[in-house]
Design a protein around this ligand. Structure first.
Ligand code: ADP
Length: 196
């Protein structure tokens, strides 16, 4: 990995000053888990809760990233890694801007998540595993993709025809099989509170 660069070497306003004005710290909150495990749902409700408290955050997920910044990328392992790299670099800029960046991505591979941690910086990176058995994710099939993957109409679909490696060293596990949406967001919020 190349030597880390300073985000804004010529800036007159530092991250610390931005955080002081905002009244909270900034970091990247990274939600990993299978499709349908609940990442986006939790991310957006957390963002709403933080917003109500005057805490600046922004959600990055497939919906906003894959349409623009990463619209040129496919779903091969190499393209997925590049997708993760770009999002991590964006997250790092959010952190420098004093904003909490909530990232909701399957991010299935440990190696790729290690890269994300490296780019963002371990001290600014909080990894959360949104854990739900594939059978239940498939039952939920929020986007209808599991059915298409089973029919072979989508290739390399995580949990069906592509590997998901659960984190070994994450900061928090949210078991969405056992918790409802509200309990899941509360658990996450309580976990983050000391970091704000
Ligand atoms: P992902 O972003 O991981 O692909 P989504 O958030 O889009 O998943 O979809 C998850 C689905 O599971 C939603 O329909 C949501 O209402 C449902 N769900 C059930 N229990 C939970 C929970 N505890 N946390 C989050 N979502 C849940």
């Amino acid at each position: 990995m190349e030597e880390k660069y300073i985000c804004s070497p010529k800036a007159y306003v530092s991250r610390t000053q931005r955080e002081a004005v905002n009244g909270h710290k900034s970091f990247v909150l990274w939600l990993t888990g299978l499709s349908g495990s609940g990442k986006s749902t939790i991310a957006h409700l957390l963002e709403q809760r933080l917003h109500e408290e005057g805490i600046r955050s922004y959600v990055l997920d497939g919906d906003n990233v894959r349409r623009g910044l990463c619209s040129d990328l496919s779903f091969t392992p190499v393209a997925r890694r590049e997708n993760m790299r770009r999002i991590s670099e964006l997250g790092k800029l959010y952190v420098d801007a004093g904003i909490i960046c909530i990232c909701a991505f399957i991010s299935p591979l440990r190696e790729d998540r290690a890269m994300i941690r490296e780019i963002v910086g371990a001290e600014d990176y909080i990894e959360v595993f949104v854990n739900c058995p594939v059978e239940l994710c498939e039952q939920r099939d929020a986007k209808g993709y599991y059915r298409l993957a089973r029919e072979g109409k989508i290739k390399n679909y995580t949990g069906v025809s592509a590997l998901y490696e659960p984190p070994l060293d994450c900061s928090l596990i949210i078991p969405t099989e056992r918790l409802d949406v509200c309990q899941s967001v509360n658990l996450l919020y309580t976990h983050l509170k000391p970091r704000l």
